[in-house]
Design a protein around this ligand. Structure first.
Ligand code: SF4
Length: 368
């Protein structure tokens, strides 16, 4: 990959001197030898090839309701540093990677975009979608590629404000610009190097002004003394800046983690208290807040959001049918399943082709 012109371009844009490594294990060994391999992995950019699938199913579990999202695997890891980030423990070792063999991505993506069924595809699961803005042309390319078809939507999910280059693109509403949101307190204590809440909302407002549909993810919501009031004010700030009718969906999920992450958070984030709460082990082995606590916070948050946005598509990421029933009064299966609900919302907001196939038609405005 060293001979690819993009390698030199990326290094130049970052002001770095590229170094060719003969054996990738050399990079991994250096990262693992560091006192903080996670931080070292965030400061090491490996420009390499993706030798696996570019499009992957989001790794949900059979125990919780999954949305059938597809991940476009453009790179791994992140320059920001969230205490709860599952990627710290997901990759061994964690290292910032960007894949240069785009021609293979194009072939796989084109094959999927040629199919008539809706797909919701995102790049923000194994990395943050917009950290690549300063050094690659990936996102403008993706926005324009998705604009050239009417079956699928692209979701760019971020905690940055790196939207400048995207605003003038002819996106045709096929790209949803999405932000993860949290209370200012959690952003300050547990989301290092991310943009502030107000900065994220200002960037989202600029995207709305440029005609993009937007989405928000309250995930992970953290339970702490006074959290209800702080989430209420966060929601108020969201709707002061963003018109409800431009929001495709809002997801909700309370903090959950594999037990191994606790030790890492304690070592790397001494000020963080997120791993100390009333957790129980879930069916997927992850630690989750005791169910009545989750339901109580969800009910409040849903109620506040509904006051501003009665018709917006609201959904849970990885929750049980029982929690859906007790918070929303229905389970996704009653509406054709969560994938169908989200497909309907995408169809409503993103000007998809009228003949596009999805699993069920809802009679409600946004289908959620
Ligand atoms: S912004 Fe997302 S990917 Fe980056 S560290 Fe935070 S949780 Fe992980």
């Amino acid at each position: 990959m060293a001979d690819r012109p993009e390698a030199a371009t990326i290094a130049g844009r970052l002001g770095l001197k590229a170094e060719v490594v003969a054996d990738i294990r050399q990079v991994f060994a250096e990262i693992n030898a560091d006192a903080d391999p996670v931080e070292r992995g965030k400061r090491t950019l490996l420009l390499t090839a993706n030798r696996g699938a570019w499009l992957r199913q989001c790794p949900g579990t059979r125990y919780y309701t999954c949305c059938n999202y597809q991940i476009l695997h453009v790179g791994t890891f992140c320059t920001m540093d969230c205490a709860y980030c599952i990627l710290q423990a997901y990759f061994h070792p964690p290292v910032l990677q960007y894949f240069l063999n785009r021609e293979e991505m194009v072939l796989e993506l084109d094959r999927r975009l040629a199919q008539p069924e809706i797909a919701r595809i995102g790049t923000g699961e194994f990395t943050d979608s917009l950290i690549w803005e300063p050094c690659t042309d990936l996102n403008p390319w993706l926005v324009e590629r998705f604009a050239a078809q009417r079956h699928c939507i692209l979701e760019l999910k971020t905690k940055t404000v790196a939207v400048d280059r995207l605003l003038a693109l002819d996106h045709r509403r096929k790209t949803i610009m999405a932000w993860s949101l949290n209370t200012p307190r959690i952003i300050a204590t547990d989301e290092r190097r991310t943009a502030s809440l107000d900065a994220r909302l200002a960037a989202a407002a600029r995207c709305v002004a440029a005609g993009f549909p937007v989405a928000f993810h309250f995930d992970p919501m953290v339970i702490y003394d006074g959290c209800q009031e702080e989430y209420r004010r966060t929601i108020q700030r969201l709707f002061e800046k963003i018109p409800a009718d431009q929001i495709v969906w809002i997801s909700l999920g309370t903090f959950r983690f594999m037990p191994d992450l606790k030790e890492m958070v304690e070592a790397r984030f001494p000020r963080s208290t997120i791993v100390y709460g009333e957790f129980v082990r879930g069916l997927d082995d992850k630690m989750r807040y005791f169910k009545p606590l989750r339901i109580s916070l969800y009910r409040d948050v849903v109620d506040w959001i509904r006051r501003y946005a009665p018709a917006v598509c609201l959904y849970f990421c990885m929750e049980s049918e029982e929690v859906w029933e007790r918070v929303f009064g229905f389970s996704p299966s009653a509406k054709g399943g969560l994938p169908a609900m989200l497909d309907t919302a995408a169809k409503f907001h993103c000007d998809l082709a009228p003949e596009v196939r999805w699993q069920v038609q809802s009679t409600e405005a946004t289908g959620c």
